[in-house]
Write a protein that binds this ligand. Structure first.
Ligand SMILES: Cc1cc2nc3c(=O)[nH]c(=O)nc-3n(C[C@H](O)[C@H](O)[C@H](O)COP(=O)(O)OP(=O)(O)OC[C@H]3O[C@@H](n4cnc5c(N)ncnc54)[C@H](O)[C@@H]3O)c2cc1C
Length: 400
């Protein structure tokens, strides 16, 4: 059974939702969050974003599941997290950085008391944004192929060398959580360790990568003779694989839990179909378009239902291996299909002239979401890898 106390009543949840809405209205940055353009582009945007994250922690809407001594709320319940996530997404406000949640989760579960005491408050104050330094040019799906190496010196300090790639938020993050091979004689998932790396350390070079949507979201990170104190190691030497695997399942559920984004995509799709014309009549009057939209709505409802079901099972301690992979696969593939269909319709249908600004913005968003949609089917583990995990862990199918 789970450790969660009594289920909040419907009235309590409604009151909580109202508090979240008021908080968003009062504290969220003024501009709309854009898919594929989540990282700040100016110092002013960055300051607003950090203040917004700190305000979410302050109000107890984020980090509520942390132990009370680190700022968590004693009355935390997973249904509150669902409400916070839904309301932030529906308001098109910036959502908390997934890599920060992941770092906090790793620190809480595997960090020393000193690491928790010094690093967690900085996350809560918005001072530390974290990135995840896992993937390498030859170690993506096959993360056990990590080659970046760490050598311990006589005084206990470490020297890191290597190359990481596709690092979300690396260009504005303060800290990185790095998976490093510390035993040169080891192979695969043995001999790996996890380090906290301040990105301002000499020898860390971040090279931004411009995305297809003309934004900087991901980066290459080069580590050349990076010297770290002994207390930068998280957990034990050689414990890296189990630390990162625990974190990855958490991350996958975090990505998959963004199902409200699917509802927003459908809203934009319907707006475009209603206000555009094909062959002289509104697109939404064509039977084939009606059928396609209805089919996509069914997929969205299925993805949402899985998340609702998972949360209910989590509450009673009945979550199952592979739930994070189902959530991520279902969200990412549905997102891609809806965005691709919507962007295609937006590109081909003629604007009918009504509600122009509103319709044009919906078209623009569908295009942006379509350009970003492949990021979801790859980052945090590709769809193919999610299917492999499900075949193995959920269906217990034999491996070759
Ligand atoms: C937007 C974005 C953000 C990212 N952010 C981060 C980050 O912050 N930190 C970080 O460390 N990494 C990050 N990544 C990296 C991401 O985790 C990897 O891109 C992903 O794991 C795939 O690895 P790869 O790119 O090396 O592709 P590969 O592993 O080379 O895979 C290429 C193709 O082969 C398929 N494939 C590979 N192995 C198998 C198999 N065994 N069975 C079936 N198919 C297979 C894959 O599904 C894929 O289609 C990010 C990636 C993206 C796109």
């Amino acid at each position: 059974m789970s450790d969660f106390g009594g289920r909040p009543s419907a009235e309590e949840l409604a009151a909580f939702r109202n508090r979240v809405r008021r908080h968003i209205a009062a504290h969220a940055p003024p501009s709309e969050a854009r898919e594929g353009h989540r990282a700040p582009e100016t110092a002013e945007q960055e300051a607003r974003l950090r203040a917004w994250f700190a305000a979410l922690f302050d109000a107890g809407f984020v980090g509520a599941d942390w132990p009370a001594e680190h700022g968590g709320r004693p009355d935390h319940h997973p249904l509150h997290d669902r409400i916070v996530s839904e309301e932030i997404l529906r308001a098109r406000a910036p959502r908390p950085v997934e890599q920060v949640n992941l770092a906090a989760h790793v620190l809480l579960h595997f960090g020393s008391e000193e690491q928790k005491r010094t690093l967690l408050p900085r996350i809560r104050r918005g001072e530390h944004v974290w990135c995840q330094l896992l993937s390498e040019p030859d170690a993506g799906s096959d993360i056990a192929g990590v080659r970046s190496r760490g050598v311990r010196r006589d005084d206990g300090s470490w020297v890191l060398d290597g190359q990481k790639t596709w690092i979300t938020d690396g260009h504005w993050a303060d800290m990185g959580l790095a998976l490093i091979r510390t035993d040169p004689t080891s192979s695969r998932h043995h001999g790996l360790s996890v380090f906290t790396v301040p990105l301002s350390t000499p020898g860390v070079e971040v090279r931004p990568i411009r995305t297809i949507g003309d934004a900087i979201e991901v980066n290459e990170v080069f580590l050349t003779g990076v010297v770290l104190d002994a207390d930068s190691l998280i957990g034990e030497v050689g414990q890296g694989w189990s630390i990162i695997m625990a974190g990855l399942d958490f991350e996958r559920f975090g990505i998959g839990g963004n199902v409200i984004l699917l509802e927003l995509l459908i809203e934009d799709l319907v707006t475009v179909a209603r206000n555009s014309q094909i062959d002289g009549i509104p697109a939404l009057r064509h039977t084939d378009i009606q059928q396609a939209v209805a089919g996509l709505v069914v997929e969205v409802e299925v993805a949402k239902a899985f998340i609702d079901d998972h949360v209910e099972r989590l509450i009673v301690g009945a979550d199952q291996p592979g739930d994070g992979s189902i959530a991520k696969l279902s969200f990412a593939e549905t997102y891609h299909r809806v965005a691709a269909y919507g962007a295609g319709l937006a590109a081909t249908a003629r604007n009918s002239g009504s509600n122009d600004a509103h319709v044009l913005r919906a078209k623009e968003r569908l295009r942006e979401c379509w350009l970003w949609s492949r990021a979801y089917t790859i980052s945090g583990g590709s769809s193919e890898m999610m299917r492999n995990i499900l075949a193995k862990r959920r269906l217990l199918l034999p491996s070759r």
